[in-house]
Design a protein around this ligand. Structure first.
Ligand SMILES: [Zn+2]
Length: 410
């Protein structure tokens, strides 16, 4: 079980400063609803530890005493890496302590399931390429966050099942921490995408929102009261495997009638093979089949268009269910497949509203986000930063006694 220890005031002060960029002590106190004196004590500990610094504001009226002073996070106090692993492509970003991306790197990854050793080798190769690009060494890193598809137990660093890993119920986190020589934190990739939206994206000013992704599968991440919700067993939210059709199409999870079995890549490819009588053995790849299907639908092929329309109808029900169950203030639909705009047309959203509208409830605001691959890795960096922050901000050590201070103090 994950420890649910309440955060210390020092942690809360630190998080407020980072989320605001720069902010005065009195505004921190006001926002957190605590006394200015307690914020001053916490801020002093953070400044002494080299995690936060003071920045003078240009005074509007210099005749009235001292210019106001803001607090901001010391960007180069720590460095972390965030990585996203997926079928075909691994990506990574290096960020500073604020979360600013200093370097990024992508490397192709052979598709299909791999052994743990093969995945570890890919991770090390990617990490070294990234660090080489940034002119840093492994010893400069304070933490690495990694997102991957599947059922991931974040607190334990255990991967129960992943479409990219042969081994099951493996303690990947501790093994990687040993190999990389720094703490490695794992999580489900869609959880980390939700974290990226919260830290850097459309969710920055929101407290409660859901992210639904349509990629190779269908995933969901949920932010409740500005915290990532992982469920009781820390496994994430599998909207893709909720049933939308009794005795329906076979899903890759082994069950029938899952939402994913109607709208994911492989579902559309399967439909193409039956409705259009395409021989998939001669198709070059599922991705190419999908591209051809999309082009044909756009060019007016009725059967191809109906495949997207049907998928869209299932998607609208799935999204409406998310709204009915969670009542989020904001819903972000995200993923590489969003360019298949036939699937995400206005009608899908209209139908979603039709199935979720309730008297007295304002419509849930919906946004479609098509940002690229790097954001998944940024989410993993946010994970590394948040675990690191909880650790260092909970017990700030004065700079002159901190072993890492000699590297960054000058
Ligand atoms: Zn399923």
């Amino acid at each position: 079980m994950e420890d649910k220890v309440a955060k210390s005031l020092t942690q809360l002060v630190f998080e407020k400063i980072r989320s605001q960029g720069r902010i005065s002590r009195s505004d921190v106190a006001k926002d957190l609803g605590v006394s200015p004196g307690s914020v001053t004590a916490a801020a002093t500990a953070l400044v002494d530890a080299g995690l936060v610094r003071e920045a003078s504001r240009t005074p509007r009226d210099t005749s009235r005493g001292r210019p106001p002073v803001d607090l901001c996070v010391v960007a180069d106090a720590r460095f972390v890496v965030g990585m996203n692993l997926r079928d075909g492509l691994n990506s990574a970003v290096l960020t500073d302590f604020v979360g600013t991306v200093l370097a990024d790197c992508d490397l192709p990854s052979p598709p299909g399931r791999k052994t743990l050793d093969a995945i570890c080798n890919e991770i090390e190769t990617l990490l070294d390429a990234l660090l080489n690009k940034a002119g840093l060494e492994r010893a400069d890193l304070s933490a690495v966050g990694i997102g991957l598809p599947g059922f991931v137990d974040h607190p334990r660093g255990q991967v129960h099942w992943s479409p990219i890993l042969e081994d099951r119920r493996t303690l990947v986190g501790p093994i990687l921490s040993d190999r990389l020589g720094c703490p490695v934190h794992l999580d489900n990739d869609v959880n980390l995408l939700a974290l990226a939206e919260l830290w850097f994206g459309m969710g920055r000013s929101r407290s409660n929102f859901a992210v639904v992704t349509i990629e190779h599968g269908v995933g969901m991440g949920l932010i409740l009261d500005t915290q990532l919700y992982r469920g009781a067993k820390g496994m994430g939210l599998e909207i893709g495997h909720t049933t939308v059709q009794l005795d329906g199409a076979l899903c890759r999870c082994g069950q029938r009638g899952c939402l994913e079995a109607y709208i994911a890549d492989y579902a559309l490819v399967r439909e193409a093979s039956t409705a259009l009588e395409w021989d998939l053995r001669v198709a070059r790849s599922p991705q190419q089949t999908l591209e051809i299907l999309f082009d044909q639908a756009k060019a007016g092929n009725e059967a191809a268009r109906l495949i997207f329309e049907r998928a869209g109808r299932y998607l609208s029900r799935g999204l409406a269910n998310v709204i009915q169950v969670f009542d989020p203030e904001f819903l972000i639909i995200s993923g590489a497949r969003l360019r298949y705009d036939l699937l995400y047309a206005e009608e899908v959203l209209a139908e979603m509203h039709k199935f979720s509208d309730r008297i007295g409830r304002d419509r849930t605001e919906v946004a479609i986000n098509t940002w690229g691959d790097t954001v998944w890795a940024r989410g993993a960096a946010a994970l590394a930063l948040s675990v690191l922050t909880d650790h260092v901000a909970a017990h700030p050590v004065p700079l002159d006694t901190h072993p890492a201070s000699h590297r960054h103090a000058g």
